[in-house]
Design a protein around this ligand. Structure first.
Ligand code: 2BA
Length: 109
């Protein structure tokens, strides 16, 4: 078994969970915050049998949409150690960031 940790945008989370559940995958949804944008995103924990992993990734790839987003305060400059200035910048947030881990044991009580 593999554990897929999929970080997706909030806008895609509902459709993605529906798509995954309709094909028999189980998911746990966590409300998370991106470290860079400091805005909400969604992290899904998915325990998946190895032979179904590819299908799970296909669904994530199909539903997760990349979008341009303005990062309001990512860059802060200290001028002479006093004044601070922030520059908004545009970034492309990916459709999904997925970590795939081997599961040593899976137990349900
Ligand atoms: P955030 O950390 O809020 O990052 C949102 C987007 O900002 C990123 O999209 C990337 O395009 C940009 N970005 C992030 N760090 C940057 C930096 N130091 N300089 C310039 N631009 C930067 P994605 O790469 O698609 O990431 C989407 C979300 O996935 C991230 O939200 C974070 O929550 C998670 N993530 C991505 N890579 C990760 C990693 N290596 N470890 C843990 N979480 C990760």
């Amino acid at each position: 078994m593999k554990l897929l940790i999929a970080i997706v945008q909030d806008e895609d989370a509902g459709r993605l969970i529906s798509g995954l559940l309709s094909e028999g995958f189980s998911a746990t949804k966590l409300a998370t915050t991106g470290g860079f944008l400091r805005s909400g995103n969604t992290t899904l924990l998915l325990g998946v049998e190895e032979d179904r992993c590819q299908r799970c990734l296909e669904i994530i790839e199909k539903i997760g949409k990349s979008r341009r987003q303005i990062a309001a305060n990512p860059v802060t400059l200290s001028v002479g150690g006093e004044a601070m200035t922030s520059f908004p910048m545009e970034v492309t947030v990916g459709g999904a960031t997925v970590f795939i881990l081997n599961v040593e044991q899976f137990i349900k009580y």
